[in-house]
Every structure is written in structure tokens, then in C-alpha cells.
Design a protein around this ligand. Structure first.
Ligand code: ATP
Ligand code: MG
Length: 354
């Protein structure tokens, strides 16, 4: 074209890539790979653009040095490590600090990046916030929002069963979390189970652990030491087929049914002692008819809700969005049911001593 010089083709030299593993914990203690930065002060997802525009991102990190957190007590133990109640020495804020023993590998790092992405920008009140994460001496520590009434697993240990109105209120909140993950973030949780649904004294229910601990633990060869992890897996997933968002819906259905009937649905009766082996469980989930709520003990709305979740064919299951509009959820929506009153009447999972 007249007046314009032909564009020269620019050739850029691409520096040789070191393998990521070699970069970990160098003398400077910092590893950076794309938008993931890892050092002794923490593991952060930093958008390159954002970092150049906000030079004080590092200072924000500094507010969360691990030594600024003092332990109050251990509040839980999972397959990957312990969860402690901690207090920030200067701010006085309480957090749950979850430690996970690990050797970082490429695939695992991708999972962590995903978790950080979800949590950093979490605009959903039904997802537990992960404020920060640290990596030090082979342990990843996640600084999580503290949920002072523990998990649904703690609650059902005490109350045995939860009545339908409370279940509807609880379920609505979990579904709102799932709608956010599935429809806005486009991620599958992969590990919906009672211990990953946390509750606070206000009666708020939030989802935690986006399958990261499972991935981390399996990367350490601990698959066989998992207790309960496979229980809520959908037939397609436990049998190794491809799976999608609907896999989380199956898990939710089993959790809700368990809360209603007071036992894990695949264990036939209270008298049945012992735990199913992995193969017995696999066979039950894949070959037996899907469990359902007994219609003589529960409302038609509840039975229909459970069966909309626990369908062996994932295509037959409703989506999180559809379930939010299910008559079971709608039935109790305007009834002013306070889950906070229920959870506050129970023994707290931990006594905070000032
Ligand atoms: P697994 O590791 O097999 O998935 P899990 O979910 O029980 O099992 P963790 O995620 O390590 O393992 O949690 C252990 C326990 O710690 C939970 O059951 C819960 O009682 C408690 N817990 C976890 N996160 C928090 C939190 N943010 N606030 C309060 N308690 C928490
Ligand atoms: Mg958990």
C-alpha cells in the first residue's frame, strides 16, 4: 500500500524452558510459572497484567505470612493433613488453616491454579473463601474462611437425621454454590460429600475443597488410605467413564438422602456393621438400582428431588439450576426456616478459648 512500509516479520528468541520441577524453591525461594507464583510466603495466582498495574500485590501477600498466624487448636483431620483453627496475631481474625503434605507435580499445580482462580474471584456466598496459600517444606497450607459449626458430617453425627424443611434450606445453599461452579465457573467439584459442606452459626452453608486434596493425596500414592472418598462417586465416575457436572448432582443426592434417613444409603440397614470394601461399593453403585427415599416416610416433593439427583444415567439427572426450581426447594422458600437455630442448638465442633 502507498505510504506504508511492508511489515518486517519479527523473530523473537524463545529462552529455553527449564523443567518446572527444577525451579521449585531455588535459592531465592521463588518459583514463577505463568500466573502461578510460589515462594515461602505463599502460593499466589497473579495475573501478569494485574501485577504490573498493582505493584503492591506483594505487600498484600506479606500480610499473610505464616508466622503471623497462631494456632488455637486442631479442628479436623483429612486424608491430606490436619485443619487448624488459627488467629491472625495482628488482625485477630480467625481462619481455618489446612495443611496438605505434597510433592508438587505439573498436573497437581494446574489443579491448585484452578482452585485459586475459583476462590480468588469467588463472588458466591456459598463457596468457602481461600484467602491465601503457602508452600513451605513440602506442605501446602490453605488459609480458609473459618466455618464455626464445622461440616455436615459433624452435624449428622450429632443429630442423626435432618428434617425436610432444614434439608431444603441447606440444599438450596449448596445448589447455589453448585450453580456458581457449574454454570459460571464451568468446573466440576468432584468431591461433594458431608465433610466438604461447611456450616456457620448464621446457618450459612458453603462448599469447600474443589477436589484438590483428593488430587494431591492421590499424587502421593495415598489412594488406598482414603476413607469415604469413593462413597459419593457417581456410577459413571467410579467405573472410570467420562463424567461431567452431573456427577456432582449424584453426590449431592446421596448426601441429602443420607441426612434424611440417617445412614449412608448403600449400607442396607443400621444392623449392618462394617464398611463396604471398594469393590462392594463399586458393584453396588454400578449394578444395583439407584437408592431412593422411602415414600411412606418422606414427602412426594422430597422423594422426587432425591430421584432427580440419584439417577444412574447422568442425562436423566437434573442440573443444579433446574434443581433450584424444584418443588422441594420452592416448598420451604418463604417459610423463614432458620438453619442457624438448628446448628446453634448443637454442641459446637470446637470451643474457641480466648
Ligand atoms: P478428605 O481429606 O478425605 O477429603 P475431609 O474433607 O474431612 O476428608 P479436610 O478437608 O482436611 O478433610 O477437613 C477435615 C475437617 O476439618 C472437616 O471435616 C471439617 O470438620 C474441618 N474443616 C475443614 N475446613 C474447615 C473450615 N474452613 N472451617 C471449619 N472447619 C473446617
Ligand atoms: Mg474436606
Amino acid at each position: 500500500m502507498k505510504g506504508t512500509k511492508p511489515l518486517k516479520q519479527l523473530k523473537l528468541a524463545v529462552p529455553a524452558q527449564e523443567t518446572p520441577v527444577d525451579k521449585f524453591l531455588t535459592a531465592s525461594g521463588t518459583f514463577q510459572d505463568g500466573d502461578l507464583r510460589l515462594n515461602q510466603r505463599g502460593l499466589r495466582l497473579i495475573s501478569e497484567e494485574k501485577e504490573t498495574r498493582t505493584p503492591d500485590a506483594e505487600e498484600v501477600d506479606m500480610q499473610f505470612a505464616l508466622e503471623d498466624l497462631e494456632t488455637i487448636k486442631v479442628i479436623g483431620k483429612g486424608s491430606g493433613g490436619v485443619v487448624q483453627l488459627v488467629r491472625h496475631k495482628w488482625m485477630g481474625t480467625l481462619y481455618a488453616l489446612k495443611g496438605i503434605q505434597m510433592n508438587i507435580q505439573e498436573t497437581v499445580r494446574k489443579q491448585i491454579v484452578q482452585e485459586l482462580k475459583i476462590n480468588q474471584a469467588s463472588l458466591c456466598p456459598h463457596i468457602v473463601v481461600c484467602y491465601h496459600s503457602f508452600y513451605h517444606n513440602g506442605v501446602i497450607s490453605l488459609v480458609l474462611e473459618y466455618m464455626d459449626r464445622g461440616s455436615l458430617a459433624d452435624i449428622i453425627k450429632q443429630v442423626k437425621t435432618i428434617l425436610e424443611p432444614y434439608l431444603a434450606v441447606l440444599c438450596k445453599q449448596v445448589l447455589e454454590g453448585l450453580v456458581y461452579l457449574h454454570h459460571e465457573r464451568h468446573v466440576i467439584h468432584r468431591d461433594i460429600k458431608p465433610s466438604n459442606l461447611l456450616v456457620n452459626h448464621k446457618g450459612e452453608v458453603k462448599i469447600t475443597d474443589f477436589g484438590v486434596s483428593a488430587v494431591l493425596a492421590s499424587s502421593m500414592g495415598q489412594r488406598d488410605t482414603f476413607v469415604g472418598t469413593y462413597n459419593y462417586m457417581s456410577p459413571e465416575r467410579i467405573s472410570g467413564s467420562s463424567y461431567d457436572y452431573k456427577s456432582d448432582i449424584w453426590s449431592l443426592g446421596l448426601v441429602i438422602l443420607e441426612c434424611a434417613i440417617g445412614r449412608f444409603p448403600y449400607i442396607p440397614s443400621e444392623e449392618e456393621e462394617g464398611w463396604l470394601s471398594f469393590y462392594e461399593l463399586l458393584e453396588a453403585i454400578v449394578d444395583q438400582p439407584a437408592p431412593c427415599a422411602p415414600p411412606d416416610q418422606f414427602s412426594p416433593e422430597f422423594c422426587s428431588f432425591v430421584s432427580a439427583c440419584i439417577q444412574k444415567d447422568p442425562q436423566q439427572r437434573l442440573s443444579s439450576l433446574e434443581l433450584l426450581n424444584h418443588p422441594f426447594i420452592k416448598k420451604f422458600e418463604d417459610k423463614d426456616i432458620d438453619l442457624g437455630i438448628l446448628v446453634s442448638s448443637l454442641d459446637p465442633p470446637v470451643n474457641v478459648v480466648d
